[in-house]
Design a protein around this ligand. Sequence first.
Ligand SMILES: Cc1cc2nc3c(=O)[nH]c(=O)nc-3n(C[C@H](O)[C@H](O)[C@H](O)COP(=O)(O)OP(=O)(O)OC[C@H]3O[C@@H](n4cnc5c(N)ncnc54)[C@H](O)[C@@H]3O)c2cc1C
Length: 290
Amino acid sequence: MSRSGTGAGHRARTPPRMLEVQQVLELSPHMRRIRLGGRELDGFPAGRDGAHIKVFLPRPGQAQPVLPEPGANGPVWPPPEQRPVTRTYSVRRYDPDTGLLDVDFVLHDDGIASAWARQARPGDRMGIAGPGGPDPMLGQASFYLLAGDLSALPAIGALLEKLPSSAHGQALIQVPDSADVQPLDHPEGVAVSWLHCRDPVLGGRRLAAWVERLEWPVAPCSAWVAGERSAVVAIRDHLRTVRGFDRRNLYAIPYWRAALSEEAFHEERHRIMDELAADAPRQPDRGEHG
Ligand SMILES: Cc1cc2nc3c(=O)[nH]c(=O)nc-3n(C[C@H](O)[C@H](O)[C@H](O)COP(=O)(O)OP(=O)(O)OC[C@H]3O[C@@H](n4cnc5c(N)ncnc54)[C@H](O)[C@@H]3O)c2cc1C
């Protein structure tokens, strides 16, 4: 099998880990928890719940994904026709004591990762790399907004669990159906509201309208927004232009785009992320988010 190297500019990184499905839990009609474990999970960093990971799935006809092998200049990937299908997911929970990692997959109508999760059973294998993303994901604030759709629910659930018990804020989560509502641990001062809508784009519009109506306290605020592209961009634009947020207190990442696969959306997602990163930091005025 011919393998290609990563070339110049390679940074030493932990190579992808091959993990094994230990358990599959039905969380709701549209979400399955895949509980992963295995020897290669040793050394996975604790305390990164909510961060993103790359997942590597088998191509059609493969029993398990083909992961890169270690080479002198970094990981050496298999030829393109054998490379694994790559997607981005979130660490819902990693427990170093039990050595188990939970990844929650949205079950939607169409998609390689969704189809894989729908059929996953104990013993199946999946690769992961990471975790990555900002650490911590939320800066310190007096008021937190967490908003997103079902794809963002795993990260929102993890972030709510990590907030200090004295935290104040609001989480708003759009799910297809009332049966997709999950019990979440959250500080008493953080209200959790659910919006039900089967059409994710229409649901995203409602999510954005809800954020526009939110009454902000006069206090340092932090906002975390993820989900379908149109909603995330609409909320991001509102928070930046009307509420004065900038990249220091706003995480706004489009996780997916209606009618596009992750590969097809990849470049646009990075352009949208760069737009936020290019924001010139501004000094917050007192009550700028009010
Ligand atoms: C940082 C980050 C973290 C993420 N964390 C999670 C997570 O924890 N759990 C999770 O489920 N997703 C998560 N996502 C979203 C996930 O990566 C995408 O939904 C991905 O496209 C799913 O791959 P797929 O193979 O199922 O569908 P693809 O092959 O990528 O897409 C096929 C079709 O399905 C549609 N589609 C894709 N996702 C959805 C969806 N959620 N609902 C309805 N239609 C969809 C596409 O528009 C396309 O038409 C995350 C994304 C990012 C960037």
